[in-house]
Design a binder for this molecule. Structure first.
Ligand SMILES: Cc1cc2nc3c(=O)[nH]c(=O)nc-3n(C[C@H](O)[C@H](O)[C@H](O)COP(=O)(O)OP(=O)(O)OC[C@H]3O[C@@H](n4cnc5c(N)ncnc54)[C@H](O)[C@@H]3O)c2cc1C
Length: 495
């Protein structure tokens, strides 16, 4: 619970909003310029609202730029064209099954339902091309439903969103502009705007009819990690440094309900010590991981998020990812994989013994492991670790990459409803406040990394961002109209 003193540092109360020296007045103020904030801004601008987006860092993007731009959606026309039979029910069930039925089932279904609209809107209305990915299926998805750009890189998605935003006169973006405090009506608790520090100089008061929190979670806040996710407080953090959790603190100070605060996304395949992301497609297409004893240690197919803890539990907290030429050629276009190659993380070998020698693994043990894995992949024996999905059996030449586990982002946050409005502990919405992405409670269960179904992150960021933008704009414009009508009526009375 936030103390009264803490509240004073998080919130700026006013009893008389009209007497504050506002520097700017807009319909919708969006805090945070990652995927959620950019989508929310575009959706609100398309509805005709005047939008002001403030981004703490000198560039937009946040975790969205670092991501692989993989967006899940069920029932898209791209799936139909590819003959894929998917449905909102199936996607909802996949998410709930993975998170142990630990997210709000109605909201989960709602975002699944809105996911196809989001992907088609990105393609058709904003001209941002996302294609259905059919070369692999990620663990836990029972259908091909990931949509992504060719390079599988979030930075390109962010650039395209920025280009789209530049086409709207009613979107202004300020960089180096962290929101510092939320401005709140002392009587009713309605959100009125935010105090924003632009360019490190002075405080600007931005007044808005509606405010959208799009500032992700608390992956970069060690204190909050120690409180909510102690097992990850000292972990290698692979996400964006701007994500320090203030949106969640402001919400909490306003009485918002917090949910799933122990949940997070981690990843068990970050090239080490290079610090570049080795896509988990290396596993889903048929590769495997061994520890420094040359032994597999878990069914790698259970999911890349929980796999982080498995890898960190091995000697030196590392594993060696093993895959082959077929997989290498499939992922060669992925920008993250190019980074791994450039960094010298990807090594090529004629056979498994050469790989073992290079990574200082016991060659005989490694050969036994490899042969055993191939037997299971060919269906000649049961995998002792219970893996059933193998893709095609690996063939030389083989590739090896040393990997470790890392924290990517947090999944707990403010409870929101179907309109992306932030909800108090008593169940009522906080007036004028919306949230999406990592600031809102996600769809990955109550705690731990295992509830994260691949691409839950962008699902929450982009789908809730679009809903928040549309709903906030609509409500702001109704408010504006009402105020305008009132003023017109008042003028008539005066005449
Ligand atoms: C390496 C990596 C790969 C990933 N790949 C995928 C993937 O392929 N698919 C998927 O679904 N998910 C993926 N994820 C997760 C996904 O990136 C995130 O869930 C998603 O991008 C969150 O979007 P967001 O808009 O909520 O936050 P962000 O994109 O992080 O944006 C938040 C922004 O808010 C800004 N901000 C913070 N505080 C303030 C403040 N006080 N004032 C102003 N601005 C502020 C930050 O600087 C930041 O720019 C990946 C994550 C990582 C780290």
């Amino acid at each position: 619970m936030v103390t009264e003193t803490e509240k004073e540092s998080l919130l700026l109360y006013t009893v008389s909003p009209d007497e504050l020296p506002w520097d700017v007045e807009v319909d919708v103020l969006v805090i945070g310029g990652g995927g959620c904030g950019l989508i929310a801004s575009l959706a609100a601008a398309q509805k005709g609202a005047q939008v002001f987006l403030v981004e703490k860092e000198k560039a937009a993007g946040g975790n969205t730029s670092l991501s692989q731009a993989m967006v899940p959606a069920a029932g898209t026309r791209f799936q139909r064209e590819a003959g894929i039979k998917d449905s909102v029910d199936l996607m909802t069930e996949d998410i709930l099954h993975k998170n142990g039925y630990g997210s709000d089932p109605e909201l989960t279904r709602h975002v699944a339902q809105e996911s196809a609209k989001l992907v088609e809107w990105l393609n058709d209305s904003l001209g941002i091309r996302l294609d259905l990915v059919t070369e692999f299926i990620y663990p836990g998805h029972s259908q091909y439903r990931i949509h992504a750009n060719r390079t599988k890189k979030g930075a390109h998605l962010v650039n395209e969103l920025l280009q789209a935003a530049a086409r709207y006169d009613n979107i202004s973006i300020a960089y180096n502009a962290p929101a510092k405090r939320l401005i709140v009506d002392r009587q009713g608790g309605a959100v009125l705007g935010a105090e924003v520090e632009i360019g490190g100089i002075g405080k600007n008061l931005a007044r808005a009819k509606k405010v959208i929190f799009a500032l992700n979670g608390f992956g970069a806040n060690r204190e909050m990690l120690a409180k909510y996710i102690p097992e990850m407080k000292d972990a290698y953090y692979f996400g964006h440094e701007g994500n320090t959790g203030e949106g969640i603190l402001w919400g909490e100070a306003l009485g918002a309900a917090l949910e799933c605060m122990g949940a997070y996304q981690a990843h068990g395949s970050v090239a080490h010590p290079h610090g570049t992301l080795l896509t988990y497609v290396t596993v889903s297409m048929g590769g495997y991981h061994v520890n420094l004893d040359g032994k597999r240690f878990v069914n790698e197919y259970h999911g890349y998020s929980e796999h982080a803890l498995d890898v960190l539990a091995q000697k030196e907290g590392v594993a060696i990812a093993v895959f082959d030429e077929r997989i290498y050629q499939t992922i060669l276009d992925y920008e993250d994989f190019q980074q791994c190659i450039k960094a010298g993380a990807v090594k090529k070998f004629g056979n498994i013994r050469e790989l073992a020698v290079s990574f200082r693994l016991p060659p005989d043990e490694m050969e036994r492991t490899h042969k055993g894995f191939l037997r299971a992949a060919r269906g000649e024996a049961e995998d002792p670790l219970g893996r059933r999905e193998f893709g095609k059996p690996l063939e030389p030449p083989l590739y090896g990459v040393k990997v470790t586990g890392a924290l990517f982002h947090t999944q707990g946050g403010l409870k929101v409803n179907k309109h992306a409005q932030v909800i108090r502990r008593d169940g009522t919405p906080i007036q004028n406040l919306y949230a999406g992405g990592g600031t809102a409670a996600g769809f990955s269960g109550k705690s731990g990394p295992a509830g994260y179904l691949s691409a839950n992150g962008l699902l929450a960021a982009l789908v809730l961002g679009k809903i928040a933008g549309e709903k906030a704009a609509k409500a702001a414009l109704v408010l504006g109209k009402t105020a305008g009508e009132k003023a017109a009526k008042a003028a008539l009375v005066e005449q």
